[in-house]
Design a protein around this ligand. Structure first.
Ligand code: GDP
Length: 439
């Protein structure tokens, strides 16, 4: 996400390194480069100009403290301005009403159905009773797709496959929700490949009659400036409450994300970064600005971990680490948990400074495959008692997993180093606890 923009901005700030103070001349050069980086990332020209003009004025108006370099100051100002540009603060969706209706709008292929599932899952995790209503009446596969997603996340789907009247289906879904104690109805609607009058009429009719607490506009961020234009057209007819940006995991330039808020004046509420149900993030303008500037986003990383990690499993593993009993079964389980957190490259980009390091590298869930293959070729005895794995066992494991003996040796070494470290930490923790008891 935003790899190229981050890289170019970083280069722009570097031009300021080493200079002792901010002057009209050196800021002008850097600001010009920032503007170019934004435009290259597909940020609307007018928006890029406005924001960089503000950055320049701000930079010249501020005294550089002895403790910060001009480069650092400019990064800070840029972060503040990007945050403002993307809306300043996080905005929640409204869940008022019993049941409340959330209407999902957008073009075909933008990711509406996938997002409907993700939002249902997100709300379910917060303990809400959710119903999904399949109102994409033109694409029969959409109903099936929603049903499959519903099954996967354990959320009921209301559908009437033979009915071609979206409003009827949605209204009955709301009735059904009332009778069955569901608190939120998410209505997935039909899109078209391009904006067309009939689609607009249909979605407007749904909005007028269903009185949703929230109407969201879903847009594919890979469509660049078109995303901004489509958002404008939808907003003129629907007056929606918020935007959902999808496919930010792709090789997108992401500029739409930055300018959409400014152009449409509606908040971005969620971003979607993959096809899995877990790949949904609440949109925080400040965190996004940090990510764009390669400053990482540790808060989101921790939140993702908290959401994805199974607490009981974490406790069990923790206990095993404390007793120095961590084995390959536990290792495998940890890999599974990490995979649940989402796209690996995206996760690593949340670590400050890491974005630059992994730029252009091929990192995905497949990176774990060799390790998983090796561990899965071990017998249960070997997994639970790694110390029994001698030379001949290693050879057999390599053959069984289709990996080289060197790879098996490497994994064994890494695993043993990890256990050593765990042991040391346990000892230190023990010493600290002992000290704590003394004082
Ligand atoms: P709809 O026509 O608006 O309902 O769009 P779908 O939900 O069917 O999505 C269209 C395609 O985009 C599907 O293949 C989805 O799996 C995919 N998709 C949706 N959201 C994302 C995302 O955030 N990232 C990626 N990579 N693919 C996505």
């Amino acid at each position: 996400m935003f790899d190229n923009l981050s890289f170019k901005l970083d280069r722009a700030f570097k031009t300021l390194k080493g200079t002792g103070k901010i002057t009209e001349i050196n800021v002008a050069t850097t600001v010009k480069e920032i503007r170019r980086a934004l435009i290259d990332a597909d940020v609307n020209y007018k928006v890029a100009k406005e924001v960089t003009d503000t950055i320049k004025t701000e930079a010249l108006g501020r005294d550089v403290l002895i403790s910060v370099s001009p480069g650092q100051l400019l990064v800070k100002i840029t972060q503040e301005e990007l945050t403002k540009l993307m809306g300043g603060t996080k905005e929640d969706i409204s869940l008022k009403g019993d049941p409340n209706v959330i209407l999902i709008s957008g073009l075909q292929g933008s990711g509406k159905t996938t997002f409907s599932g993700k939002l249902a899952y997100h709300l379910k995790k917060q303990g809400r009773q959710v119903l999904l209503a399949a109102c994409d009446i033109y694409r029969p596969a959409a109903i099936e797709q929603l049903k499959t997603l519903g099954e996967q996340i354990g959320v009921e789907v209301y559908a009437e496959p033979d009915n071609k009247n979206a409003l009827e289906i949605a209204s009955r879904a709301v009735e059904y929700a009332k009778k069955n104690g569901k608190k939120t109805v998410i209505v997935d609607t039909a899109g078209r490949l391009a904006v067309d009058e009939q689609m607009m009429n249909e979605i407007s009719e749904l909005k007028e009659n269903l009185n949703p607490s929230e109407t969201l506009f879903v847009v594919d961020s890979m469509t660049g400036q078109d995303a901004v234009n489509t958002a404008k057209t939808f907003d003129e007819r629907l007056n929606f409450n918020g935007v959902v940006l999808t496919k930010l995991d792709g090789d997108t330039r992401g500029g739409a994300a930055i300018s959409i808020r400014h152009v449409v004046d509606k908040p971005i509420k969620f971003i979607s970064t993959g096809e899995k149900m877990e790949n949904l993030d609440v949109f925080y303008p400040d965190r996004m600005a940090q990510r764009i500037l390669g400053m990482g986003d540790v808060v989101s990383l921790v939140e993702r971990a908290q959401q994805s990690f199974d607490e009981d499993e974490a406790k069990r593993i923790n206990a095993k680490i404390r007793k120095n009993q961590f084995n390959f079964e536990d290792f495998l389980s940890q890999i599974e948990q990490i995979k649940k957190m989402g796209n690996l490259k995206d996760l690593m980009g949340m670590i400050p400074g890491m974005g630059k390091v992994i730029k252009g590298m091929d990192i995905d869930d497949d990176s774990f495959k060799p390790i998983e293959a090796i561990i899965k070729s071990m017998t249960p005895l070997e997994r639970e008692n790694p110390d029994v794995i001698d030379g001949s066992r290693r050879k057999r494991i390599a053959q069984g997993s289709g990996r080289t003996i060197q790879e098996v040796n490497n994994l064994m070494k890494q695993f043993n180093d990890m256990r050593k470290l765990m042991k040391q930490m346990n000892k230190m923790g023990g010493a600290q606890r002992a000290l704590g008891n003394l004082v």
